[in-house]
Ligand binder design. Structure first.
Ligand code: AMP
Ligand code: MN
Ligand code: MN
Length: 317
């Protein structure tokens, strides 16, 4: 296991960042690590870079300290990339490239080798948040750190429901809850609560979903026009693919939203028989065996055709 504080010894400037369009695990793990390092290394400059998190994450202490602007000319002693490979860091990749030392903490199977000089990658971990917590000296953990980590874990496990939840995940969660925060409220406010627009667009996506391959696949897409109509941001579409996945009989769910004239961001979910990380990686994306994503060029029909060839191959249709 990486001894994180030892790796940071002597560093004057540390940067932390995660992937573009940060999800709950990305935000929770980066913020948990940030709050921890600020406490453990009070004389060190520690910065956290992320795209602006959704409002529901405002309950995380220090969230307003996140830097979104990467134009400062600064060379970090250590750059810690969390929940991502370096090429999904977005604007912060420039600091990764110039840093004297790079550390990568991740749980994506598509990043099994790690992208840092020092890597702590474990694809069996539920979340990067769980891994970040493992690396912490527990006497330095406080309630604000615990809360950030817990939020990350509930998001990547669907509140300890997905198959990536292990006994260790639950033991970690039990420890975190022991720090004393209102976990029930956190779960509601950061995971289940949806805005009116989010619910409406979810309804649209479900209504327009199509079953194919004898009901073993389901697909739905939201085009740009619809997103504009609802004034929906990509973050408002989170959770749609999870709802598609639980359709009875479905092995593989596809949700896509339009990001360009002929470009779609694709989310894939599997109930176990299809390795969607393999499919997403083939198309230049990545993820986990049961949850992965990529960006595809082409029309809606091109995307479905391309994806279904790979799904069919795995299902042996
Ligand atoms: P999403 O469908 O965007 O919720 O992503 C599902 C999982 O796949 C998450 O763990 C993402 O971090 C990962 N993922 C999504 N898109 C990509 C990509 N282009 N490259 C690598 N991993 C991705
Ligand atoms: Mn993530
Ligand atoms: Mn994650």
């Amino acid at each position: 296991m990486v001894k994180i504080l030892e790796e940071l010894k002597g560093a004057g400037k540390i940067a932390i960042s995660g992937h573009v369009r940060p999800d709950g695990d990305c935000i929770g793990s980066c913020m948990g690590l940030y709050l921890y390092l600020k406490k453990a290394l009070p004389d060190t400059r520690t910065d956290v870079y992320l795209e602006k998190p959704a409002d529901v994450f405002s309950c995380i202490e220090g969230i307003e300290e996140i830097k979104t602007d990467c134009s400062e000319d600064i060379r970090y002693d250590v750059f810690i990339a969390v929940d991502t490979v370096s090429d999904r860091l977005g604007a912060a990749e420039t600091y990764f490239k110039t840093a004297k030392k790079t550390i990568n903490i991740d749980h994506h199977i598509s990043n099994a080798d790690g992208c840092g000089q020092i890597n702590y990658v474990d694809p069996t971990a539920s979340s990067s948040s769980e891994l970040v917590y493992e690396l912490m000296e527990k006497e330095l953990v406080d309630v604000s750190v615990a809360k950030a980590i817990y939020i990350g874990m509930i998001h990547d496990t669907g509140v300890f429901q997905y198959s990536n939840t292990s006994p260790k995940t639950l033991r970690t969660a039990a420890e975190l809850v022991g720090y004393g925060f209102d976990f029930s409220r956190l779960i509601d406010e950061t995971f289940y609560e949806k805005s009116y627009v989010q619910n409406q667009i979810l309804g649209r996506a479900l209504l327009e979903s199509i079953l194919f391959m004898d009901g073993r696949c389901i697909v739905s897409a939201i085009d740009r026009k619809t997103m504009d109509f609802y004034n929906a941001k990509p973050g408002d579409l989170e959770g749609i693919v999870s709802q598609l996945r639980v359709t009875k009989g479905v092995e593989c769910a596809i949700f896509m939203y339009q990001t360009g004239l002929q470009e779609y961001k694709v989310s894939l979910r599997s109930n176990g028989r299809v390795d969607v990380a393999k499919i997403a990686s083939y198309f230049g994306g990545g993820g986990h065996v049961r949850a992965a994503g990529c960006t595809l060029q082409g029309t809606y029909y091109d995307c479905i055709n391309n994806l279904s060839l790979h799904i069919e191959k795995q299902l042996g249709a």
